[in-house]
Design a protein around this ligand. Structure first.
Ligand SMILES: Cc1cn([C@H]2C[C@H](O)[C@@H](COP(=O)(O)OP(=O)(O)O[C@H]3O[C@@H](C)C(=O)[C@@H](O)[C@H]3O)O2)c(=O)[nH]c1=O
Length: 186
């Protein structure tokens, strides 16, 4: 497994070692000992989630705040997505900066999304199976979000807007400015 840096503080990419043979492929999706050795982080993941989406489905940008903040290790089991993260930690040197990456079932890369980041993705393939580990439990009372088309962030989601399929909840999310104004300096 290889660790690749991103321009955002504490956010990195993991590239698993993929073993190929005549039957197909094998790779470890998570190995706590190796994760700790490579990242230097002692994280206890407590919840695993999986979502299935069709092309154009955009989920995000989401985060949990305060005591329920979550670090996530995200990956794509099937298909291809554009994954986007935004550092919304007010004390961070990369506050307000975003990073995007293609995650797919070819490279099997994983993105580590630290606590205090907003996260979203859009499915670029016909269907995607998106899987992620979280180091804190889901709690709707601590959910926050930023509207996908926020003017300050000006994110490029790679597909025309007409193709987007978005939940009503996500359509009603606030701007970047509004969302961060509610956050404490953590
Ligand atoms: C996230 C989540 C949702 N739910 C429920 C709440 C709701 O009824 C249903 C669908 O929830 P959502 O619409 O929030 O699902 P979704 O839009 O897929 O939410 C996810 O988006 C990506 C971008 C993330 O980063 C995740 O952390 C998570 O926020 O599932 C849980 O029971 N546990 C969970 O951990």
């Amino acid at each position: 497994m290889k660790l690749l840096k991103t321009p955002l503080k504490d956010c990195f990419i993991l590239e698993p070692t993929v073993y190929k043979d005549k039957r197909g492929i094998f790779y470890e999706t998570y190995n706590q000992k190796l994760f700790e050795k490579i990242t230097g982080l002692n994280i206890q993941f407590v919840q695993d989630n999986q979502s299935v989406s069709t092309r154009g489905v955009l989920r995000g940008l989401h985060f949990q705040h305060g005591e329920m903040a979550q670090a996530k290790l995200v990956t794509v089991v099937k298909g291809k997505v554009l994954d986007i993260v935004v550092d919304i930690r007010k004390n961070s040197e990369t506050f307000g900066k975003s990073f995007s990456i293609i995650l797919d079932d070819v490279d099997h890369r994983q993105l580590f999304v630290p606590k205090g980041f907003a996260h979203g993705f859009i499915t670029l393939s016909k269907e995607s199976i998106f899987s992620y580990k979280c180091d804190n439990f889901y709690d709707g009372a601590f959910e926050g979000g930023i509207k996908f088309d926020d003017a300050t962030l000006a994110l490029d989601w790679h597909l025309p807007k007409e193709a987007f399929i978005i939940s009503e909840k996500d359509m009603g999310l606030p701007s970047f400015e509004e969302a961060v104004s509610l956050l404490k300096r953590e």
